[in-house]
Design a protein around this ligand. Structure first.
Ligand SMILES: [Zn+2]
Length: 705
């Protein structure tokens, strides 16, 4: 990218380009020098934070007069104060704690009735400084009850629940609940269940919760979890399937927002789970299969071993196997598949007699499938019905899986789990740790983009455990951000640029495609709680605007070197923990080395936008050899760095980068360039890398006002 050259101050209204400055210095000493000479006194001392509610021009900048510079650049008061649990640096504080939930689950599917039944033991560890007198547990399947809160809110709910107003289940039936062996009567409220503890759970205490339950698996109208028919039998996509602990944390105690269709917030722990299915079913699940000798044939096990040495896919179950009853390890009754996954917030699985199954090696160090078991090669895998087969379809799925896991591992944080599986189901487009649910009918770029996106959720929120229910932009947007680069990286850009409903949907140029959102007075801000964001804005704000914010931060504000180091630090220190927005804002400032109050305020707390204009040009003394003067006006509310290009009469051009600090005390900057060749035009943001909301005034013929 053309970084151009930076500016230095002559006086408060005049800047000149320092020719020959290296691009690498743009974000280092050069900017530090500008800051030292230009930052107002209030920004250099720790003044009292500005109350966001009092900042003028709080709405979209399109709706009226732009806010004043003092409001744009005022120190930002973060929603979460720093304390012993969460440090001002954005790191977990010295007293940070997090509770832990380990699960042992045995489940069974009855295909005749579509009933899934199970029993589980949750070993819950209280690492908080508080004594707990109740436990709160999530009963997500109650979202399908006719009297659920989500059923009433469905018209403004997640788009994959269109049937929620007309088709229902009875939700989850709790057959029995006990704490440390003593039966308790659960108190169920919508998608939550409270268990009152006969003996309060003290700090560092541990309790065993035993629950038995069953529910009817919804049809495809279930959205994220469903059973659907294919030519060779049903596919069960099983998620949000067992009673799961709510998160108790330092910010608000129990996190008990009901499940209205947004996503999830979960603690970490180790999972052992088993699934009993008919003899001819194959189960693909989160983590690693721990009893292959019981459920796989010798041929299937040999093929898996071969896949562990192969960079290209090896068929574990072929299309011919799917219709061959002798291709299974049993010929009647049921089989029970055991899985283990360590240090994860959730597990899911898919089961079907219709699965074609292929796998290839993931180029990461071997991983143990469970405690005391030797390390094994890690596998990228795909399971799908024969309907998904095709050179443009699922024949390439495992290649996409392998690329996503290896690429994201090399860029951001090494994938911590044994396997990664892509399921070709009816098309939920949903992410779970170690397994994602996609559509067998997806082809070419759609299959690549959805596979990469859902697996990218392995990093956000499966590794960095944010609260999806409140802050969907912290997983959907952050994931979409890393996905855009994955599209550029795969197979020499075969599917680049990423251009789908989640990112730059109209032209593939995010600076242009985001403008309708920035100028929409009704658009929610990124900080709007996820339950309040209507379907109309879910992709454009939660995914696209959030992802593009990080792209602006990386490419236009910090530069890749500083951004990547800071973002990797954010991921590393918050891996398997629960960061909030304030933690993220703080660590990117501290590690990135900039006061970003103006950017967080404008892009995340408001829908503010940049809008620069050429206000006038002239030659000094009317003579190009004496110098060129360009007046640039800031009419916007998000003062992103902007490039000014001078186009010379000989067809060449030169770029000058105008930094953010230019606009701290002035609305119009006067740039004077040394004399030289005749300049025919000047252009602001010539490459469309910032979302200037009015480009009509961005370029001008020199000397024409
Ligand atoms: Zn997503």
């Amino acid at each position: 990218m053309g970084w151009g050259c930076d500016l230095t101050w002559i006086d408060k209204r005049k800047v000149v380009c320092m020719q020959g400055m290296k691009a690498g210095a743009l974000f280092g000493t050069a900017l530090a020098g500008i800051l030292a000479s230009s930052v107002p006194a209030w920004a250099q001392t720790a003044g009292s934070p500005t109350d966001e509610a009092r900042v003028k021009g709080a709405g979209t900048s399109a709706g009226g007069a732009a806010p004043m510079a003092a409001d744009i650049f005022a120190p930002l008061a973060y929603p979460q104060p720093e304390n012993a649990y969460r440090a001002g640096s954005g790191l977990p504080g010295p007293a940070y704690w997090q509770n832990r939930a380990d699960y042992s689950i045995a489940a069974r599917i009855d295909p005749a009735t579509h009933v899934l039944s199970g029993s589980e033991t949750i070993t819950y560890t209280n690492n908080s400084p508080d004594t707990l007198d109740v436990l709160w547990i999530q009963l997500d399947q109650n979202i399908y009850r006719p009297d659920s809160r989500a059923a009433s809110a469905a018209h403004e709910s997640h788009g994959s629940h269109p049937g929620m107003t007309s088709v229902h289940t009875d939700g989850v039936v709790i057959e029995h609940a006990a704490v440390d062996g003593a039966a308790v009567t659960p108190l169920v409220s919508d998608t939550r269940m409270q268990l009152r503890l006969a003996r309060p759970l003290p700090p560092k205490g541990r309790v065993a919760v035993r629950i038995s339950w069953h529910y009817t698996v919804p049809g495809t109208w279930g959205g994220r979890t469903a059973v659907s028919d294919t030519k060779n039998g049903p596919i069960y996509e099983i998620a949000q399937w067992y009673p799961r602990m709510e998160v108790y944390d330092d910010r608000r105690g129990w996190n008990t927002l009901p499940y209205l269709g947004q996503e999830f917030f979960l603690d970490y722990g180790d999972f052992d789970y088993s699934v009993e299915v008919p003899w001819n079913y194959t189960v693909a699940g989160s983590g690693a299969l721990t009893n292959p000798n019981d459920v796989l044939t010798a041929a299937e096990r040999a093929r898996l071993a071969q896949a562990g040495r192969s960079e290209t896919r090896v068929m574990i179950r072929t299309p011919a196997d799917v219709t061959d009853p002798h291709s299974h390890a049993a010929s009647s009754g049921t089989k029970t598949w055991h899985f283990h996954m360590a240090n994860t917030r959730d597990v899911s699985f898919a089961a079907s007699p219709a699965f074609v199954w292929d796998a290839a090696h993931i180029d990461l160090p071997d991983e143990s499938p469970g405690p005391g078991r030797p390390k094994q090669p890690r596998l990228a895998m795909s399971v799908y019905p024969v309907e998904g087969i095709g050179a443009h379809g699922w024949d390439r799925s495992t290649t996409y899986v392998k690329h996503a896991i290896e690429y994201f591992s090399s860029m951001w944080f090494v994938y911590p789990w044994p396997n990664a599986i892509n399921l070709g189901g009816y098309g939920a487009g949903m992410e779970y740790p170690g397994i994602v649910f996609d559509g067998w009918s997806d082809r070419d770029p759609e299959l690549f983009w959805i596979t990469t996106h859902e697996l990218g959720h392995g990093w956000f929120p499966m590794i960095v455990g944010t609260d999806e229910r409140r802050r969907a932009w912290m997983d959907e947007g952050f994931n979409t951000f890393i996905d855009a680069y994955a599209s550029d990286h795969f197979n020499h850009g075969e599917f680049a640029p990423k251009q789908d409903s989640e990112f730059a949907p109209k032209t593939g140029v995010p600076a242009d495609d985001i403008v309708p959102i920035l100028t929409d007075a009704n658009a929610p801000t990124l900080m709007t709680p996820a339950d309040l964001v209507s379907e109309r804005y879910r992709h454009s704000v939660t995914y696209f605007k959030s992802a593009y914010g990080l792209k602006l931060l990386r490419e236009q504000i910090l530069g890749p070197d500083r951004f990547d180091a800071a973002f990797r630090r954010y991921i590393a220190v918050w891996a398997f923990k629960h960061p909030g927005p304030s933690d993220f804002f703080r660590i990117m400032e501290s590690e990135g080395g900039e006061d970003l109050s103006w950017f967080w305020r404008g892009w995340y707390f408001r829908n503010w936008s940049p809008n620069y204009a050429i206000a006038g040009t002239s030659y000094v003394d009317g003579d190009p050899s004496h110098g060129l003067v360009v007046h640039v006006e800031n009419r916007g509310s998000l003062p992103l760095p902007v490039v000014l290009r001078r186009e010379f009469s000989d067809g060449t051009h030169a770029d000058t980068r105008i930094p953010t600090e230019t606009w701290m005390r002035q609305k119009t900057a006067t740039l004077t360039f040394p004399g030289g060749p005749k300049v025919t035009r000047v252009r602001l943001d010539p490459d469309h890398v910032i979302p200037d909301v009015d480009r009509a005034d961005n370029d001008a013929e020199v000397g024409v006002h």
